[in-house]
Ligand binder design. Sequence first.
Ligand code: NDP
Length: 248
Amino acid sequence: MQPIVLITGGSRGIGAATALLAAQKGYAVAVNYARNSLAADEVVRQIRANGGTAITVQADVAVESQVLAMFDRVDAKLGPLSSLVNNAGIVDVACRVDAMAVERLQRMFTTNIVGSFVCAREAVKRMSTRYGGAGGTIVNVSSAAARIGSPGQYVDYAASKGAMDTFTMGLAKEVAAEGIRVNGVRPGIIDTDIHASGGEPDRAQRLAAQVPMQRPGTALEVAQAIVWLMGNESGYATGSLVDVTGGR
Ligand code: NDP
């Protein structure tokens, strides 16, 4: 049976690279996006052009009703989920903690953490042998920021990723006996649009000299770790946090 993966934030960056690679490996792919339907359509077009199966699914992961509708659509259009990649995530403009507005903090934690919890909750209900499911895998996309802290930039973002790592470790143990493996990937500085959304389009190149390998990573290099954790090749790994950081 063809495995089915839902990738949140699959329209651009690391999520899009993961969608394309997963399709190459034989997965049917649900490409979630929040606003950029053109980018999501393009990922699906590329997958279909190569003979793969893919659909787009719009949902802001920060809005529970939209997440529920997204899972219903995946059930109806593709079938029972085998993998979830909790990849959708946001940064904000550089700001010290003593200047952070509550609205900013709420948006950051609701999107990066509450959204990932709600998606995982819906995935566990479908995958767990406790509910008659066939098992599955969840990959949480965290960040090296979880252990660096991102002072003067976005400590809120870093803290949301620290929470993501604890979430990965706890959920992994909670569902390990129910056929579900849960792992995390912590990318370093990866060349995607996310830096522009934090007001610094050239951030990846600017910080390259701070990376032991002297370059930013590519979305594909992160996708390769995610797809490994999704599949049977990582069959005895759960609760693991895999750094993909060029040594940072
Ligand atoms: P991008 O900004 O390039 O892409 C973000 C993706 O997430 C888009 O597909 C976007 O959809 C989607 N998205 C954003 N907000 C929401 C939301 N509320 N609901 C659903 N989808 C949403 O990001 P990256 O590829 O760089 O980052 C992906 C993940 O990797 C994030 O969790 C990020 O924190 C993490 N990461 C990235 C690093 C980097 O250097 N790039 C480093 C460490 C971690 P749309 O197209 O509709 O806007």
